[in-house]
Design a protein around this ligand. Structure first.
Ligand SMILES: *[C@@H]1O[C@H](CO)[C@@H](O)[C@H](O)[C@H]1NC(C)=O
Ligand SMILES: *[C@@H]1O[C@H](CO)[C@@H](O)[C@H](O)[C@H]1NC(C)=O
Ligand SMILES: *[C@@H]1O[C@H](CO)[C@@H](O)[C@H](O)[C@H]1NC(C)=O
Ligand SMILES: *[C@@H]1O[C@H](CO)[C@@H](O)[C@H](O)[C@H]1NC(C)=O
Ligand SMILES: *[C@@H]1O[C@H](CO)[C@@H](O)[C@H](O)[C@H]1NC(C)=O
Ligand SMILES: *[C@@H]1O[C@H](CO)[C@@H](O)[C@H](O)[C@H]1NC(C)=O
Ligand SMILES: *[C@@H]1O[C@H](CO)[C@@H](O)[C@H](O)[C@H]1NC(C)=O
Ligand SMILES: *[C@@H]1O[C@H](CO)[C@@H](O)[C@H](O)[C@H]1NC(C)=O
Ligand SMILES: *[C@@H]1O[C@H](CO)[C@@H](O)[C@H](O)[C@H]1NC(C)=O
Ligand SMILES: *[C@@H]1O[C@H](CO)[C@@H](O)[C@H](O)[C@H]1NC(C)=O
Length: 763
């Protein structure tokens, strides 16, 4: 159990674990592996009355014992099942089978954020009218803690009539756990159980109830009702509320303690589409794959076709470039930034120097005087474990007793590092970011007096420890600080571009608050996840792109409630073209990894700005046909198109398809040689008043010429107009150079801004 809990923690707190892992080797039984089977549904023999009967019959013909785990019909066409290798080979040869892929594991990637985003100023715009109530957000996550006050339904009208969902019962969960706010709750465990055997109900809830806290946190960030006096041990005290306070919530639990399997994720998305949600929020992910190999991309395509906006976390693999995930152009990809709130707890050293840090430790039981401090790497018990990162059982009690211990942040969860120090008799802990963790110290609800410091400060403190054998220190906890400047900055962990799957689509799309976010939590886990920690909290403070994504999902729900007829692409366009990229002093938003100005490869279009997003003036719309043309432009085979788009679609050999013509609200320009000319065509739809818009372009690289034709566009109400941008590079740039710019259409105070990312990639 201890080991089990440790795995959980590593996933949730370290936030680097967004890679999917084939589970082939960890599969539980008789050499059978779970597969997702894509079927050409249109080729069903007429003798079958229903596709599910046909799928069963296909399966029967290859295996005596195999059973259909799930039949998919909305998110994809096909089913999942567990098969032996022989059965697999037989199945692949059956009529109508397009592709068989092994199931995969995916990992899980507020009081302040509404004010930070300016939502308090526009409360009057969103009365809990019938319309705003009618927006339903589906969360593909770890379930929900339904008793949380964030799901209180006071004041809510009847459940929308088009709602087809359910409140499924199970361990400690009945239909009375749903209400007019939490209108649906379902769970999908067959993929998980095929991997690890039946759920032990004394350990996990075999129901929509949240064992992890993650799902409760994201659901309440999207649409939590207002809860007064919310805090974590007094930190971040205030009224907690979600972004779309009037929206309804439906949870689809697909994550079970240590992972979420793609067969369960697909079943959740399939059901969310059938239930008629309007927005799907997915705070989990895997590696960036071709779209036909990525089941989130596949499910999201179907959702998009049903008019559902799918918002996903970009991943926590920053600051290394090329790591952004969930990059399909029909997905809204969200990176993370900081907000203007901090939990400072500085360390004061015996040499008189102080270094700022962050902590959510409750209370202060350090003595008033300075106490000895030691580097964990100098306190090993010699048993071969990594003492410098305070691995469990690595420290010698005689070396750390009565001292503050400085541990390097490593792959371990910070909370476990605290446990190591505490059990060895340490008084307190300083957690120093490693180089890759960068300069933002993250706040944690430590179980002993502890604070985190940046990489640079960690190095400075170590220098003092190494140079003074009598080094001393104390930690001073300062509570919650507001109006932190500058904010936002791009979080170092937020996954960045360029897009490794389709370099001609700029990703992430946007950033939103994702650092130290307070939201509702599950009462079945401690805020630290430690099994030994008996504390239970109503609200917890977490960081990750997992927290940024539901902010955008909730804001999309707000826009949907004001503009119910807008397509997912129009909503995303409104969010992107109104995002901001500078502070009030006109300086570009910073990247915490470098402390330098960030670029579209880190923040996409910029930081979300919900007030402007309601009135974007012009939008870039996209239809299913546009995305099909995009797949043709990628030279996808008809087999791969059918896997993604569930239809037998043939690209027109006479047509010139081009990724650069996908009507995306941003530009990724890839020059293939020293002298290159690239054209992008776009179409704008006027969703505001009639007006004449003029274009202006900016770029930070002199060697690229940008020309737009035409430079002026006059729109009547609802009118569409197209333009072409030509990017010409004239002077030689180095291979693999990256640069950026922007293109703006403006009319009076309305600015429709698109980011441009340039890269030079020579074959
Ligand atoms: C069941 O749910 C209730 C909330 O209704 C909670 O207080 C209780 O601890 C849960 N029981 C178990 C065994 O988790
Ligand atoms: C379920 O977990 C409990 C507690 O760890 C254990 O005592 C019990 O044996 C487990 N049951 C099964 C069927 O594994
Ligand atoms: C919140 O706290 C304030 C001050 O402590 C108190 O006056 C108020 O009644 C509290 N509200 C609720 C709903 O508990
Ligand atoms: C560091 O903090 C201590 C209190 O912990 C304070 O007395 C001292 O003045 C501070 N030093 C500096 C240089 O700010
Ligand atoms: C402590 O560790 C540092 C870095 O590993 C090393 O340079 C130093 O010599 C060690 N000090 C002692 C007293 O062992
Ligand atoms: C460290 O402390 C010891 C004992 O208190 C003392 O003898 C020694 O001189 C001190 N060393 C330094 C460098 O201050
Ligand atoms: C920022 O730029 C705008 C427009 O260029 C200008 O009006 C404003 O004065 C600038 N603000 C500052 C603080 O420089
Ligand atoms: C698709 O194939 C065409 C013709 O072979 C080629 O020009 C184009 O670069 C290919 N596109 C991609 C995205 O590979
Ligand atoms: C797809 O459509 C083409 C013609 O439109 C047809 O020849 C082909 O057999 C179809 N393939 C499948 C798998 O239905
Ligand atoms: C450009 O860099 C890429 C690696 O990013 C390399 O594969 C390619 O060969 C380089 N091209 C030239 C002409 O150097």
């Amino acid at each position: 159990m201890e080991k089990f809990m440790k795995d959980v923690l590593v996933i949730l707190f370290v936030f680097l674990s967004v890679h999917e892992v084939s589970l082939a080797r960890t599969q539980k039984s008789e050499n059978k592996i779970t597969y997702i089977v894509h079927v050409a549904k249109s080729t069903m023999p007429t003798s079958f009355s229903h596709h599910s009967i046909w799928y069963k019959s296909i399966l029967k013909s290859v295996s005596q014992s195999a059973e259909v785990l799930y039949t998919y019909d909305k998110a994809m066409h096909g089913f999942s099942t567990s098969l032996s290798d022989e059965e697999l080979q037989l199945l692949k040869r059956q009529h109508g089978i397009l592709k068989v892929t092994p199931d995969k594991k995916y990992k899980l990637h507020t009081t302040r954020t509404p004010e930070f985003l300016g939502l308090d100023k526009i409360a009057s715009l969103f009365p809990t009218t019938k319309k705003s109530n009618d927006v339903i957000v589906g969360l593909i996550d770890s379930g929900v803690w339904p008793e949380s006050k964030s799901f209180d339904d006071t004041g809510f009208g009847p459940i929308p009539r088009n709602w087809k969902g359910e409140c499924e019962t199970g361990t400690n969960f009945t239909t009375s756990n749903c209400n007019k706010k939490l209108i649906g709750a379902r769970f999908f465990s067959k993929g998980f159980e095929a991997f690890l055997g039946p759920i032990n109900e004394t350990i996990l809830y075999r129901s929509p109830r949240d064992d992890l806290g993650h799902g409760t946190h994201t659901a309440s960030t999207v649409a939590g009702s207002a809860v007064e006096n919310a805090s974590l041990f007094g930190y971040a005290d205030g009224t907690a509320r979600g972004m779309a306070i009037g929206a309804r919530v439906a949870v689809y639990k697909v994550c079970w303690k240590i992972f979420c399997s793609s067969s369960d994720i697909l079943a959740g998305i399939d059901q969310a589409i059938a239930d008629n949600v309007n927005i799907v929020s997915v705070s989990l992910g895997g590696s960036a794959d071709d779209y036909f190999k990525n089941h989130i991309a596949i499910g999201a395509f179907a959702a998009m076709e049903h008019g559902i906006l799918v918002s996903c976390s970009a991943g926590n693999s920053g600051p290394t470039p090329f790591r952004v995930g969930n990059v399909a152009p029909w997905i809204t990809t969200v990176g993370a930034g900081t907000i203007d709130r901090d939990f400072p707890a500085y360390i004061s050293l015996g040499n008189g120097k102080n270094y700022s840090g962050a902590s959510l430790y409750k209370g202060n039981d350090l003595p008033d005087t300075l106490v000895p401090i030691i580097y964990a790497g100098n306190a090993s018990n010699g048993e071969g474990k990594s003492a410098e990162i305070c691995d469990s059982g690595s420290l010698a009690p005689e070396k750390v007793a009565g001292k503050i211990v400085l541990c390097d942040r490593g792959v371990l969860a910070p909370i476990f590092q605290g446990d190591t120090v505490k059990s060895a008799g340490g008084l307190g802990m300083v957690l120093a970011n490693s180089k890759i963790d960068g300069e933002i110290p993250l706040a944690y609800a430590h179980i002993l007096p502890a604070t985190s410091v940046s990489f640079t400060d960690g190095e400075a403190i170590k220098n003092y420890l190494f140079s003074d054998p009598n080094s001393t220190a104390t930690i001073v906890f300062q509570g919650t600080k507001l109006k932190v400047d500058p904010s936002p900055v791009v979080a170092d962990f937020s996954s960045r571009g360029p897009n490794s799957v389709t370099p001609l689509i700029l990703k992430p799309d946007i950033i939103a608050p994702g650092v130290n976010i307070i939201a509702a939590y599950s009462k079945s886990v401690s805020p630290t996840f430690l099994a030994s920690d008996p504390r239970r909290v109503d609200f917890n403070i977490l960081s990750g792109t997992s927290m940024a994504c539901p902010h955008v999902s909730g804001l999309a729900a707000l826009i949907k409630s004001v503009h119910p007829d807008w397509s997912p692409a129009m909503i995303r366009s409104a969010l992107m073209t109104t995002a901001y990229t500078t502070y009030k002093n006109n300086q570009t938003l910073l990247d915490s990894a470098t402390n330098k100005p960030a670029t579209p490869f880190e923040f996409g279009a910029g930081h979300v700005n919900p007030i402007s997003a309601l009135n974007p003036g012009l939008v870039y719309d996209l239809t299913t046909d546009d995305y099909l043309s995009f797949l043709c432009a990628l030279n996808y085979s008809s087999l791969n198109i059918e896997i993604v788009a569930r239809r037998n679609y043939t690209c027109d050999p006479k047509k010139q398809y081009s990724v650069t013509n996908l009507n995306y609200p941003s530009f990724a320009v890839v020059f293939k040689s020293e002298h290159d000319e690239i054209k992008h065509t776009r179409t704008l739809t006027n969703v505001g008043a009639a007006g004449t818009y003029k274009v202006s372009v900016k770029s930070n690289v002199a060697s690229v010429k940008i020309s737009v034709e035409p430079e002026v566009l006059s729109f009547k109400k609802n009118e569409k107009k197209s333009y072409t941008v030509t990017f010409t590079t004239s002077r030689s740039e180095q291979n693999n150079t990256r640069s950026f710019g922007s293109l703006e259409w403006s009319h009076e105070k309305t600015v429709v801004r698109s980011p441009i990312g340039f890269s030079w990639k020579f074959d």
